[in-house]
Design a protein around this ligand. Structure first.
Ligand code: AMP
Ligand code: GLY
Length: 422
């Protein structure tokens, strides 16, 4: 088979790495990919949102399956465009991607379907938001309705801070039309977990749970980021909780999407919190998580390609149970100086002894990297995701941090507390 993977992050490197182990695959292309991916796939100079060029390429090269990594092409309708040409593509249609593209749509769907989530109010103007804020307690959470690259959620400890964010979103319009509506949401506390499921429209295959570290600094301090690290398995998620997640969250959401005639096919990511009032949905994403995918791919024993095909061909019910390694996997993200607000790029990355160290148990997944005259340089906020597997979390963790000592670039930053408290 010929496979095309769209995207250029650590998530896509991990997916390409796993796909490259499949005996079904003869050739992998990535658009646009990155230097790490280029060791396993042919990288194409096509941006991830240039749907027309991607479609033309897939038709010309007779690509058997396209896998979309990021949300932007999904929400722009890449799946609908490929399907019109009879091309097989993994991911939800534009109308089903609304689960990530609009937080207001998702909150209304959750409420109607009786799926547990924080109580909320959707506001459509600054004045309406201000009125509502007067009546609420703090902390309170403000969420921009549309896509905001993970930067549209504000946990506000004071009303004045909430009012300032509301003004930036709805008066200054710093998020453009994505901020036409704002979800004002009850503040919840508790442990968070990401649970992803493969969905073919009717059958749901829930994947292993993963924990993601959203905050920049150790001990969960500092601003929210795309994710600074992750680990799987997750000891506080018992088999009973996993059954509850399937029954109370995935089954009703898939059913609700069918009722709305927006059948869901692809991977559905539920961001969950175990609050004192029970398990609640914080958000859905319509794609694999980054950096959740890195430890998941390290632990996945089953060939990924038949799983992806079963979703696209709507026969996930015929797939054997997915097999996972009993080992733990840990990913630590190395970021550029200034991340997340203003990452500095263009610094030379030195990696000593990469060949001796990395193998099936340790991988250096690339994200914001680029080759410049044969030298590896930083090219984005999240630069590398060092991921390792071990007999338990502490062994995996040690392998990751030992590998990090061999990587350097100016201003390199990473959290030191990933997977140290389970
Ligand atoms: P989201 O993109 O909706 O998952 O929000 C990003 C992060 O903001 C979450 O992972 C939480 O850490 C935090 N967050 C979101 N909603 C709430 C909430 N209702 N209460 C407390 N924290 C939240
Ligand atoms: N790690 C969070 C996300 O992928 O959205």
């Amino acid at each position: 088979m010929k496979i095309l993977v769209i995207g250029s992050g650590g998530r896509e490197h991990a997916l390409v790495w796993k796909i490259s182990q499949s005996p079904l695959v003869a050739k992998i292309y990535a658009a646009p990919g990155n230097p790490g991916i280029s060791q396993l796939a042919e990288c194409l100079p096509i941006p991830q949102t240039d749907i027309t060029s991607l479609k033309t390429f897939a038709l010309k090269e007779k690509i058997d399956l396209t896998l979309v990594g990021p949300e932007a092409p999904l929400c722009a309708g890449i799946v609908d465009e490929f399907q019109k040409e009879g091309l097989k593509i993994f991911g939800p249609t534009k109308s089903a991607s609304e689960l990530e593209a609009s937080k207001a749509f998702t909150k209304e769907l959750l409420k109607r379907s009786g799926i547990p989530t924080a109580s909320y109010k959707i506001v459509s103007s600054f004045r309406e938001g201000l009125e509502y804020l007067k009546k609420t307690d703090v902390p309170i959470v403000l969420k921009v309705d549309g896509l905001a690259s993970g930067k549209g959620v504000f946990v506000c400890t004071q009303r004045s801070i909430a009012e300032r964010h509301l003004s930036q979103i709805m008066k200054e319009r710093i998020f453009g039309t994505a901020g036409d509506k704002v979800v004002i949401e009850e503040y919840l506390t508790g442990k968070e977990v990401s649970v992803l499921s493969l969905v073919d429209g009717k059958t749901i295959a829930v994947l292993e749970p993963v924990c993601d570290y959203k905050r920049l600094l150790d001990n969960d301090l500092g601003p929210n980021t795309g994710g600074m690290g992750s680990f799987s398995h997750v000891l506080f998620i018992t088999p009973g909780i996993m059954e509850q997640i399937a029954r109370e969250i995935f089954v009703p959401v898939v059913h609700a999407m069918n009722t709305l005639e927006r059948p869901y096919q692809g991977v559905l990511y539920a961001g969950l919190i175990l609050s004192p009032g029970g398990l609640k949905v914080l958000e859905f994403n319509v794609r694999f998580g980054d950096p959740e995918t890195q430890p998941l791919m390290m632990r996945l024993k089953t060939d990924l390609v038949p799983l992806l095909l079963a979703v696209v061909e709507k026969n996930l019910d015929r797939i054997q149970p997915i097999e996972w390694s009993d080992e733990a996997a840990v990913c630590v993200v190395m970021t550029a100086k200034g991340y997340p607000s203003n990452p500095k790029i263009g610094d030379v990355i030195e990696i000593t002894q990469e060949d001796q160290r990395t193998g099936n148990d340790i991988q250096i997944f690339h994200a914001g990297t680029r080759l410049d005259n044969g030298r590896l340089i930083t090219a984005g906020g999240r630069v590398l995701g060092i991921t390792a597997k071990g007999k338990d979390h502490s062994e995996a963790r040690k392998k990751v941090y030992d590998t990090i000592t061999e990587i350097s670039f100016d201003g390199a930053f990473y959290r030191r507390d990933i997977a140290n408290k389970l």
